[in-house]
Design a protein around this ligand. Structure first.
Ligand code: 6LW
Length: 504
């Protein structure tokens, strides 16, 4: 059956998957956003719904000081004897494991593991568990290493040993161990999480090696794909579905134009074929957008998402930049945010709550009623990539009254595209995103809609902003120059995917 990649769109890198019966759960990286580690569920591998997040409490992992693209990296999700485990790296801090019996409920506090490296994975065999990262025992040598571990305490139960040094692609990371038949397979990503990204594999009859490299390298990459539909593919997790078919989920990007991606790395699915005891991503060893695989359900289009704020519970899709606004309230069809004091430099490190885009072409909207008290208070909608790369449209209080402002920030270039005096009434805002350009719409109460743009979205792409592991999010912002008690009341937040010729 045919299906379309990516299976989970918009800023969802480093996927890891596990199966429980015919239920599939998948997690991705969440970086500096709270809650952390989104959990997606599917019964058929192609229709996914976000059902929760693993890190929901500040005392599990605190994002306050996370750098841009720091925070939580590359989780691995596993299920063993009735318990789900998630392990991940917190950039600059270390690796943790959390567990739960109910994946739709709360997760435990983390236990921290005394093993360095990034992209940790857990391999279970019988009653034993092994922890595996790209920690190197030999300075200057890239290695995948492993150690027996008590997964409940994080205590290492032996010496860390080297398993493999990869195939020389560099940036050896994202290891996973699997046992299939008599072989232990050790998967890893190489080449760096960029245009040279790839997945490689080695195997051994013993967990501790020696590992022999797969004669064909890599088993997945789009580095040589001149169609340029998908790039950067790698960082894969292998699994067998409940019907006995093999697959990989992995990260990749879709180019929004030339060498740029505004959605960041997304989650792809590819069928796996076995040849001479080695797993490859199809014959071509490439990921494709229009894929074919042994599926049992049709893929449906996800086209609309709405938050009416009628209840107090946050839908799992909402992510806060670093920290939640503890004073935020929702209910009775309204969300109340409080402008957060900006820091003086580039500033925009807090005071944003948003969602991942559904696709390149989206429309998002909301209605704001906001009577700011102090000069410099500002609230509206934002396309946010990093603290110094974002586009925003909102209402700002200045000395001589209220203004509608639309501002693009790209590092030290700050462009005010529009500033115009407006009234005190309700303001509706709408942003239309596209592969290359975005338009910003606004409507003052009782007046016509007006449009700003379209403007180039170049500065929201990871490749332009540099060392950026995330992708653009779409959200609401509320900032102030001074501490304030003002409230921003927001109603009817929606996102819908807009039909495009060349995007499914
Ligand atoms: C992830 C790692 C990577 O941990 O990017 O460069 C990190 N490689 O695999 C964040 O996604």
């Amino acid at each position: 059956m045919r299906y379309h990649n990516p299976i989970i769109r918009g800023f969802n890198p480093d996927p890891s998957i596990c199966r429980v019966g015919d239920d599939y759960y998948l997690v991705t990286s969440s970086f500096e956003y709270t809650p952390g580690i989104p959990i997606y569920h599917s019964k058929d591998l192609v229709n996914w719904e976000q059902v929760g997040n693993c890190v929901t409490r500040k005392d599990q992992v605190d994002m306050t000081d996370a750098k841009d693209s720091g925070g939580i990296w590359a989780p691995t999700l596993r299920y063993h004897k009735g318990i789900f485990y998630v392990t991940a790296t917190v950039d600059g801090i270390g690796n943790f494991i959390m567990e739960t019996e109910d994946i739709l409920g709360e997760w435990s506090d983390p236990v921290w593991v005394e093993m360095g490296g990034i992209d940790p994975s857990i391999y279970f065999e019988g009653d034993e568990a092994y922890y595996c990262t790209n920690y190197s025992l030999h300075p200057g040598v890239e290695e995948i290493t492993a150690v027996p571990i008590d997964v409940h305490t994080g205590k290492l139960l032996g010496d860390i040993k080297t398993l493999w040094t990869g195939t020389g692609g560099g940036y050896l990371e994202a290891p996973h161990i699997y046992k299939v038949g008599d072989w232990y397979y050790l998967f890893a990503a190489e080449g760096g999480t960029n245009f040279n990204h790839m997945e490689t594999v080695a195997r051994s009859h013993s967990l501790w090696g020696p590992y022999e490299d797969c004669p064909i390298r890599p088993i997945l990459s789009n580095a040589w794909d001149t169609t340029k539909q998908v790039q950067c593919s790698g960082h894969a997790d292998l699994f067998e579905d409940h019907r006995g078919n093999w697959w990989m989920v992995h990260l990749g990007i879709r180019l929004s134009r030339r060498t740029m991606s505004v959605l960041g790395r997304e989650t792809f699915l590819m069928p796996v074929i076995w040849k001479d005891g080695w797993p490859y991503v199809s014959e071509s060893r490439r990921c494709v957008i229009e894929a074919e695989g042994p599926l049992w359900e049709k893929q449906k289009k996800n086209s609309r998402w709405r938050a009416d704020f009628f209840n107090e519970t946050w839908e799992p899709q909402w992510i806060w930049l670093r920290n939640r606004d503890e004073r935020a309230k929702r209910g009775n069809g309204m969300l109340q945010l409080h402008p957060v004091k900006k820091n003086d430099r580039s500033g925009c490190t807090h005071g944003v709550v948003g969602v991942r885009p559904m696709d390149f072409a989206c429309e998002v909207g909301a209605t704001f009623s906001f009577l700011p008290q102090t000069v410099g208070e500002e609230a509206g909608m934002i396309l946010y990539l990093a603290s110094d790369f974002h586009y925003r449209i909102g209402k700002e209080k200045r000395k001589d009254g209220m203004y509608l402002v639309m501002i693009r920030t790209a590092e030290d270039m700050v462009q005010t595209v529009l500033e115009r005096k407006i009234g005190d009434g309700i303001l509706s805002i709408r942003i239309q995103t596209g592969k290359e350009k975005d338009s910003f719409w606004f409507q003052e109460e009782g007046k016509e809609w007006e449009v700003i743009g379209p403007v180039s979205n170049r500065f929201l792409s990871c490749e332009v902003s540099g060392r950026c592991f995330t992708g653009m999010i779409i959200g609401l912002y509320a900032w102030a120059k001074e501490k304030t008690d003002s409230e921003v009341c927001i109603t009817g937040f929606y996102q819908r995917r807009v039909e495009e010729k060349d995007t499914w």
